[in-house]
Design a protein around this ligand. Structure first.
Ligand SMILES: Cc1cc2nc3c(=O)[nH]c(=O)nc-3n(C[C@H](O)[C@H](O)[C@H](O)COP(=O)(O)OP(=O)(O)OC[C@H]3O[C@@H](n4cnc5c(N)ncnc54)[C@H](O)[C@@H]3O)c2cc1C
Length: 471
């Protein structure tokens, strides 16, 4: 018999629905037919029955990963974006606070506040923050214009485009978490089901509404796969209980460092190098570990591992065999970017006004410091009252300048990816500062391997000096 010819082709979403594609792939497990033949035979009804039986009934959930959707979400608050973007196995692109400006009415008033005693003040303070943001743009731009010369014949528009992020980067500190944004999300059926469950269980009405709307919209494409996406009822009771418990634990006041390495593995570097030797050799892991103790061998392996990697090449997966845990404090603007590093395990605390705020140096140079402080003070006053009433809803009023605590655990491969990307000169100065601080610790824990991490030469102390009046 002649050997079967290799075939590679697309099952196009223009021809088949996402649920049919998912079933066509799932059926290859038992059917000798080609994918095309399986897909052509399938009807929406047969696919639905298959999913009911296998994905939902027997828990063969991975089948739903073959149904992919693209969701366009517009005018959700930046606070809701945190919930939307908290799903690791999805992809996102969001309106940038660095390359776009916000108009004065682009903020959200949450349903919990509408009709409450806080409605009027919430609106007033949001308007005040937006007006302050808009008023800050021109003086901050003037400072940048004095630093960056206009090219000959460059139009106003092109010049502004070139320098915009430099001044918007400082002005964005004033915008509250109620600011509206858009996000495009690409996600598979399995991850979307889990996302909807989380959204429907959120303490925020806005996020629950988004969960309902997404469920209804996505059902048009994947009716069966999302049928049973329901809230996880135990979540809210658990969150309330632990919030209460944590409030009863007395703690001395202390100012926390921006970057604290709270856990790392003593022999992490050896374990990574031994796993590389193990991958290409023929020995037990214990034997590989013994060989690595010889520094000539470990240096040689490190060099070979990295010497031919180009800028955007990814190092081997073996770098994942060792992790570190950080306790970090960063302004909310930086956190909004930090949270996008999906490969990390991140635990963020609620956004509050209780950890102080950062003042960008450009704001001071622009003669806008007093306005900035007054805006932060006004937001803080309202937050104090809102937090007593509903600590989750209070988050909406907190401006990007306020500090946020987040714990992050990740492996060395992710450390390379994060530190290289976020110390680059085109990254925002807030996240550059944190990335440089973290890189210092990475270098301490992995002295051999970190020599190959491409870190832009800009110590965090310099970033603080150049960009922060206070952090
Ligand atoms: C200059 C710049 C401008 C940016 N502008 C915007 C913007 O305007 N709007 C916006 O929303 N975001 C913006 N971002 C954020 C960016 O899109 C990423 O979300 C963010 O940097 C996280 O990076 P990551 O996906 O590499 O990290 P992680 O999620 O931690 O992933 C680490 C690595 O794992 C791999 N990986 C992870 N998930 C996948 C996947 N689903 N498929 C394939 N490989 C994967 C990749 O190799 C990735 O580098 C910008 C980033 C930079 C550096």
């Amino acid at each position: 018999m002649p050997p079967s010819k290799r075939e590679i082709y697309l099952l196009s979403p223009k021809k088949y629905s996402p649920e049919i594609i998912a079933v066509a792939f799932a059926k290859t497990s038992r059917s000798p037919e080609t994918f095309r033949a399986i897909a052509d035979e399938l009807t929406e009804e047969a696919s639905s029955q298959f999913h009911e039986k296998w994905v939902i009934g027997y828990g063969h959930s991975s089948v739903a990963e073959h149904a992919v959707l693209h969701l366009a979400i517009e005018n959700a608050s930046r606070l809701a974006m945190e919930a939307i973007e908290s799903n690791r196995l999805a992809s996102y692109t969001e309106k940038s606070t660095r390359y776009q400006k916000w108009d004065r009415d682009q903020f959200y008033c949450p349903p919990e506040i509408l009709g409450s005693k806080f409605e009027e003040r919430f609106d007033q303070i949001c308007e005040y923050l937006f007006q302050t943001y808009l008023r800050s743009l021109e003086p901050a731009k003037k400072v940048v214009e004095a630093q960056v010369l206009r090219n000959e014949g460059e139009s106003d528009e092109n010049y502004d485009k070139r320098i915009r992020s430099r001044y918007v980067d400082a002005c964005r500190f004033i915008l509250p978490a109620a600011s509206l944004a858009n996000v495009g999300m690409t996600v598979n059926g399995r991850e979307l089901e889990s996302a909807i469950k989380k959204w429907l269980s959120s303490p925020l009405a806005e996020v629950r509404e988004i969960g309902e709307t997404v469920k209804a919209a996505a059902k048009a494409e994947v009716p069966t796969l999302l049928k049973y996406a329901e809230p996880q009822l135990s979540y809210q009771a658990m969150a309330e209980k632990i919030t209460q418990l944590s409030g009863t634990l007395e703690l001395p006041e202390e100012k926390q460092q921006a970057c604290t390495l709270v856990a790392s593995e003593n022999e992490g570097e050896d374990r990574i190098l031994a796993s590389v030797l193990y991958r290409f050799g023929n020995m037990s892991f214990e034997q590989a570990l013994k060989k690595i103790k010889d520094t000539t061998i470990s240096n040689e392996i490190s060099e070979v591992l990295f010497q031919n990697l180009e800028k955007f090449d990814v190092p081997l997966r073996e770098l994942e065999h060792s992790t570190m845990t950080f306790d970090l404090v960063m302004d909310q603007g930086a956190y909004a970017e930090f949270k996008r590093h999906r490969m990390m395990s991140q635990t963020a605390q609620r956004l509050t006004c209780s950890n102080g705020y950062a003042t960008p140096r450009l704001i001071v140079k622009a003669g806008f410091e007093l306005d900035f402080q007054q805006a932060m003070g006004a937001a803080q006053l309202l937050w104090n009252e809102l937090a007593e009433w509903n600590i989750d809803v209070a988050q909406y009023i907190v401006p990007n300048a306020f500090n946020r605590r987040v714990m992050a655990t990740f492996n060395l491969r992710e450390a390379f990816s994060f530190c290289q990307l976020r110390t680059a000169p085109n990254a925002h100065f807030s996240i550059r500062r944190i990335a440089q601080m973290m890189a210092v610790e990475v270098k301490r824990v992995y002295p051999v391997l970190s020599k190959y991490m491409r870190i832009y030469d800009e110590p965090w102390q310099q970033i603080e000096l150049d960009h922060f009046e206070s952090a």
